[in-house]
Design a protein around this ligand. Structure first.
Ligand code: SAM
Ligand code: DTB
Ligand code: SF4
Length: 342
């Protein structure tokens, strides 16, 4: 590829067709990973990783029926419901996360939507976490436009709301919330001036076309998500998807590479599922353009590799946490893509 076309390939586009996205999945792996790596290094230092840490601030008892989730009250799982945590408890956990190297702290609640009565407590958490010098993220279900504005005013940098899968497969996974509901929340988040964190899950029995469908949706949003988490399904006993056949690891790498190609400036995260991925599998994901992970021994209700395993992984790969300048601006991609050296 010439320098000019390499530079063009790294420019964000919003006019992807589903067929174009599907065609990327069909490339030989070596070609796909090479192209994704070129785009990755046009916008980011490929030796750096953004580190986020999760905390479930309200666990279980959720009225939604997402077929993968341990926290839905529709299914009998091992997760027990608990009340919304106090702001002080959350802030103490965020302090620990920061001491452990996390750069962003994400607070998750098993809610369909946010009740106005809970907003003051949530705002106090956000304020306290932000005051520690961490980036703040929350995932609390659907938001009204006013709630999105209040969260922004409290200091929330990112809101996570996943589309989960392509539109054609969505009804097989959840029926209590529509695809459009999700798109509406994302719009409220964007319009309030927050960054969006939006991705999905692989390994739920979807086809490659469904996976391309998800990435096509993300790539054609009015603004690409700033964070793009790809979750490998954590199978939960008792849920409809608990017995799903795991996705081929190479297909997961393809998903990462195509995400990098269609949303070049996003932080592409290997989200759930690292617990059962080898170091080699994760290394391939980083080669394919992943540049973000969750750290800490727990996600929301499931396990994640602990600090020792991740320290060893980063040391082996000679990778390091993303530089604080890039993290603090919330947009490490303000620079133009490098055209000469890429
Ligand atoms: N209740 C809120 C909502 O769904 O909007 C926020 C929390 S929810 C747990 C956040 C996301 O985590 C889901 O949209 C899904 O993509 C991911 N997730 C949940 N359970 C998962 C599992 N078992 N394996 C992989 N990803 C999962
Ligand atoms: C996302 O895409 N993955 C995270 C975060 N956003 C909220 C959640 C993963 C949850 C995995 C299953 C669990 O721990 O319950
Ligand atoms: Fe509820 Fe979120 Fe789980 Fe769906 S993914 S059941 S909305 S906690």
């Amino acid at each position: 590829m010439s320098r000019t076309s390499r530079k063009q390939a790294a420019q964000p586009r919003h006019d992807w067709t589903l067929e174009e996205v599907e065609a990327l999945f069909e490339l030989p792996l070596t070609e796909l990973v090479f192209r994704a790596a070129q785009v990755h290094r046009a916008w980011f230092d490929p030796t750096e990783l953004q580190l986020s840490q999760l905390l479930s601030v309200k666990t279980g008892g959720c009225p939604e029926n997402c077929g993968y989730c341990s926290q839905s009250q529709h299914f009998k799982t091992a997760t027990t419901a608990s009340k919304l945590l106090d702001a002080d408890t959350v802030i103490a956990a965020a302090k620990d996360a920061k001491a452990g190297g996390a750069q962003r702290f994400c607070m998750g609640a098993a809610w369909r939507d946010v009740k106005d009565r809970d907003m003051p407590k949530v705002a106090a958490m956000i304020l306290g976490v932000k005051a520690l010098g961490l980036e703040t993220c929350a995932t609390l279900g659907m938001l009204t436009r006013d709630q999105a504005k209040s969260l922004k005013a409290a200091g929330l940098d990112y809101y996570n709301h996943n589309l989960d899968t392509g539109p054609a497969y969505y009804d097989k996974v959840v029926t209590t919330r529509t695809y459009q509901d999700r798109l509406d929340t994302l719009e409220a988040v964007r319009d309030a001036g927050m960054s969006t964190c939006c991705g999905g899950i692989v390994g739920m029995g979807e086809t490659r076309r469904d996976r391309a469908g998800l990435l096509h949706q993300l790539a054609t949003l009015p603004a690409h998500p700033e964070s793009l988490p790809i979750n490998d399904l954590m199978p939960i006993a008792g849920t409809p998807l608990g017995g799903s056949t795991p996705v081929n690891p190479i297909e997961f790498v393809r998903m990462i590479a195509v995400a990098r190609l269609v949303c070049p400036k996003a932080m592409v995260r290997i989200a759930a599922g690292r617990e059962h991925m080898s170091a080699e599998h994760q290394a391939l994901c980083f080669l394919a353009g992943a540049n973000s992970i969750f750290v800490g021994a727990r996600l929301l209700t499931t396990n994640n590799p602990g600090r020792n395993a991740d320290d060893a992984l980063l040391a082996d790969l000679q990778m390091r946490p993303m530089s604080s300048a890039a993290v603090v601006t919330g947009d490490p991609t303000k620079r133009e893509p490098a055209s000469e050296s890429a």
